[in-house]
Design a binder for this molecule. Structure first.
Ligand code: PLP
Length: 373
């Protein structure tokens, strides 16, 4: 019998899939973590042109094409007021690989990684796969992560902490003051801050700021992707930026595990980042309108829901049996405890679906709420 690594034995296949499979084929799916919009045409066209011209037949540089890395650097200048050297960028296979190589390059066996609970499922799994020990921390009432909680959780065994704003699954947006604090904590305790900014363009209230803006010790790495901003989840194109030394270490993992991000996706991403940004604004407006409709629905149902200020998720507190009742009635939602222990008693609702369908789902959720009360 083959022995499996203890690292992989500590991880299981995400429970979210099971929820989808439990629901019928005609179910309305409010469980998805991807925008319901097409990839912008100019990004698709750039990939088609690159394929036709034969530019994508070979490996690119391990870090990604110079043009893409310049586009990423220009994006950080435009959107984040951050000066990034194109040499300090690695194009990855989605934000997922960026998180993976960041943890793999910085976490020693048994070292701790602090992250939000409830939080994106990969933080726990990737920490285990890197040989580390997850240290999930609870959130404030408004579901943001308190820098003081993070600071309290840091010990001499802590390798890194993860900040995710806007957040999956909560939709919470950290304040600029929090981001400044996270940078200070990374510096004072000499631990790595991994800032996962994949939802940065979906902010409805407040503003997105990166802890990297406040970092002067090189202890912040930024993970981002085209996935959510440009509705390109299937293209698998993300990136990580950080100090030259950290990039060099992450490249060691990326080079051997991945060689380079998919070349057609790199050309599409370059076009998405440098081309017209209207599709990003249009998606944000649509999400905001849906969020407001959903929040009004929760209020009518009498469900308490911290106002999600970003991303495209809401996380209401729900009565016992609610998730099962909603799923039984044909609407897929994800139980909050899929995102960590503290998610118990909540549900994650993704509103990446058209308004009409969302309204239908709200009616079903209202009936389910009445049935379990
Ligand atoms: N980070 C967060 C918070 C996410 O929600 C996701 C995807 O759902 C990712 C990273 C990974 O994104 P990608 O599809 O680019 O790998």
């Amino acid at each position: 019998m083959t022995e499996f690594s203890s690292r992989v034995e500590q991880v299981s296949i995400s429970g979210i899939r099971e929820v989808f499979e439990a629901a019928g084929e005609d179910a309305i799916n409010l469980g998805l973590g991807q925008p319901d919009f097409p990839t912008p045409d100019h990004a698709r066209e750039a990939a088609v042109d690159a394929i036709r011209s034969g530019k994508v037949d070979a490996y690119t540089s391990n870090k990604g094409t110079r043009e893409l890395r310049e586009a990423i650097a220009a994006k950080h200048d435009r959107d984040n007021d951050l000066e990034v050297d194109p040499e300090d960028v690695i194009a990855t296979s989605g934000g997922s690989e960026a998180l993976h190589i960041a943890l793999e390059a910085h976490v020693n066996e048994g070292e701790e990684v602090v992250f939000p609970d409830p939080g994106f499922v990969s933080y726990d799994a990737l920490t285990h796969l890197a040989g580390g020990t997850p240290n999930p921390v609870g959130l404030r009432e408004d579901l943001t992560m308190d820098p003081a909680t993070v600071e309290d959780a840091i010990t001499e065994d802590t390798a890194a902490f993860v900040v995710n704003s806007p957040a999956n699954p909560t939709g919470a947006v950290q304040s600029p003051e929090d981001m400044r604090e996270f940078a200070r904590i990374a510096s004072d305790h000499d631990v790595l801050c991994i800032s996962d900014e994949v939802y940065e363009h979906q902010v409805f209230e407040g503003e997105h700021r990166s802890p990297a803006e406040f970092d002067d010790t090189g202890n912040v790495v930024v993970v981002n992707a085209c996935s959510k901003a440009y509705s390109m989840t299937g293209w698998r194109l993300g990136w990580v930026t950080g100090s030259n030394e950290r990039i060099e270490r992450m490249l060691r993992v990326h080079q051997y595990a991945q060689a380079c991000a998919s070349a057609p996706a790199q050309y599409a991403a370059e076009a998405a980042l440098t081309g017209p940004q209207e599709p990003v604004a249009e998606m944000r407006e649509a999400f905001e309108e849906r969020r407001d409709v959903l929040l009004a629905g929760f209020e009518e149902m009498g469900l308490e829901c911290p106002t999600p200020k970003g991303a495209f998720y809401a996380m209401p507190k729900v009565p016992e049996g609610w998730v099962e009742e909603v799923i039984d009635r044909g609407v897929v939602v994800v139980p909050g405890d899929a995102f960590g222990e503290n998610g118990d008693g909540y549900a994650r609702i993704s509103y990446a679906t058209d308004l009409e369908t969302l309204k239908e789902a709200i009616d079903v959720m209202a009936e389910a709420t009445a049935a379990v009360r």
